[in-house]
Write a protein that binds this ligand. Structure first.
Ligand SMILES: [Zn+2]
Ligand SMILES: [Zn+2]
Length: 168
């Protein structure tokens, strides 16, 4: 006689052979357990990925990573993290909360260089962090070119903040 997969009790004859459980209740219990196991598996995998990411970041030179003062984890783009995870309104709020110098970016040096120091200095840099930089395709070097060309940076500023008066 077939036995119930959940409780091990006998599956009564009147059930068709394909039944694996003695009752709908047993089937439900079994499915719930499976769902919990799937959740646990995915949670475990997420944790594992997070740990691996931390290890990868720790292998980088220190100027390429920033430690979050709220959770102690390492990030490349701390601003995005503190806004999304810790609920800060802006990178400025995070910095003020932790008494950090607001004029300096809470991002690695190479990152700020790539995204434009001007944006950080004039305070619009939190807009960059909130995704404005995604407008630029990979390989678009116009952001970095400003150091060489004054004209280019003025063009860049106008494109980024068309309503903002550009100071000379
Ligand atoms: Zn059963
Ligand atoms: Zn954090």
């Amino acid at each position: 006689m077939k036995k119930c997969l959940w409780c091990g009790g006998p599956i009564l004859k009147e059930h068709p052979l394909k039944y694996k459980f003695c009752s709908p209740e047993c089937k439900k219990q079994h499915q719930n357990k499976k769902l919990r196991e799937d959740d646990a598996f995915h949670e475990h995998r997420r944790n594992w990925q997070r740990e691996r990411r931390q290890k990868d970041l720790l292998a980088l030179p220190e100027e390429h990573r920033v430690q979050c003062l709220d959770c102690g984890k390492w990030y490349v783009q701390l601003c995005t993290h503190v806004i999304q995870v810790h609920g800060y309104e802006s990178a400025r709020e995070y910095k003020e909360h932790h008494d950090l110098e607001t004029s300096k970016g809470v991002v690695p040096k190479w990152y700020t260089e790539e995204k434009g120091e001007t944006a950080i200095e004039n305070g619009t840099y939190k807009n960059l962090e909130k995704g404005a930089h995604r407008r630029f395709k990979k390989g678009d070097r116009s952001i970095g070119r400003y150091k060489r060309s004054h004209v280019t940076i003025e063009k860049f500023k106008k494109r980024m903040w068309p309503n903002k008066k550009v100071s000379e």
